[in-house]
Design a protein around this ligand. Structure first.
Ligand code: GLV
Ligand code: MN
Length: 218
């Protein structure tokens, strides 16, 4: 019996359309590709340094051993362990951050265009929240040993709501997830986003826009 072309064509079309949606970074084509951050070659990612120059040190990172400096307006600090600080992650589709919070500290609303984020609180208590594309806000108080997930690209934050310091580790399915910080993206871009755009978008007077811009150094 002949198979109808639609029985073959539509499932294949479906797979072609849907499978890439699950992908984050592309799969590596070799065991490793330690990033050569000094290369002038321009590719989607970073070129590999010659394997003759790769050492054990390329696969270890001690950047999370120290607490981040939380003496800033948000009283929080994100220490990235991504391909830029840890070149051994190049092409492996994975990275982490250490996030430190002073009491009341906030990791302000932001999103990661290239990764889903998961995290675990190791000290203190955080309010973790994100907003969906349908404008639904999901949040929960999260304590030591508890884990959370932020779907790719959605705006999210963490705020220290405990008495003392808080600390979390986050992980991403990208070696370079990217971070779009909501406030500084709009109010501290270079060149600056025109005031008319911001007054109209937020339905506020120009002095409010200028006040926010001045807080973010633009
Ligand atoms: C937390 O949201 C982080 O991006 O590390
Ligand atoms: Mn994040």
């Amino acid at each position: 019996m002949a198979t109808s072309p639609s029985l073959v064509f539509y499932p294949i079309l479906f797979l072609l359309l849907v499978v890439p949606c699950y992908a984050a970074d592309p799969d590596p084509l070799q065991d490793f590709c330690v990033a050569d951050l000094n290369s002038s070659a321009s590719v989607n990612g970073f070129p590999c340094k010659p394997s003759s120059e790769v050492t054990s040190g390329d696969f270890f990172f001690d950047g999370f051993t120290k607490e981040g400096n939380t003496r800033n307006i948000f009283r929080a600090s994100v220490t990235p362990g991504n391909v830029l600080s840890f070149p051994g992650l190049n092409t492996l589709g994975i990275s982490m951050n250490r996030v430190d919070f002073a009491p009341g500290g906030l990791n302000p609303p932001h999103s990661h265009p290239r990764a889903t984020e998961t995290g675990v609180v190791v000290q203190g208590k955080l309010l973790v929240g994100f907003v969906t594309t349908s404008n639904v806000f999901y949040s929960k108080e999260v304590g030591p040993g508890e884990m959370f997930v932020i779907p790719r690209g959605l705006v999210h934050f963490q705020r220290n709501i405990g008495e003392g310091k808080a600390q979390a580790f986050t992980a991403f399915n990208s070696h370079f997830p990217g971070t779009v910080l909501a406030a500084s993206t709009l109010f501290a871009a270079t060149p600056t986003v025109p005031n008319e755009v911001l007054t109209q978008a937020f339905q506020v007077d120009e002095n409010v826009v200028n006040q926010i811009k001045s807080k973010f150094g633009s």
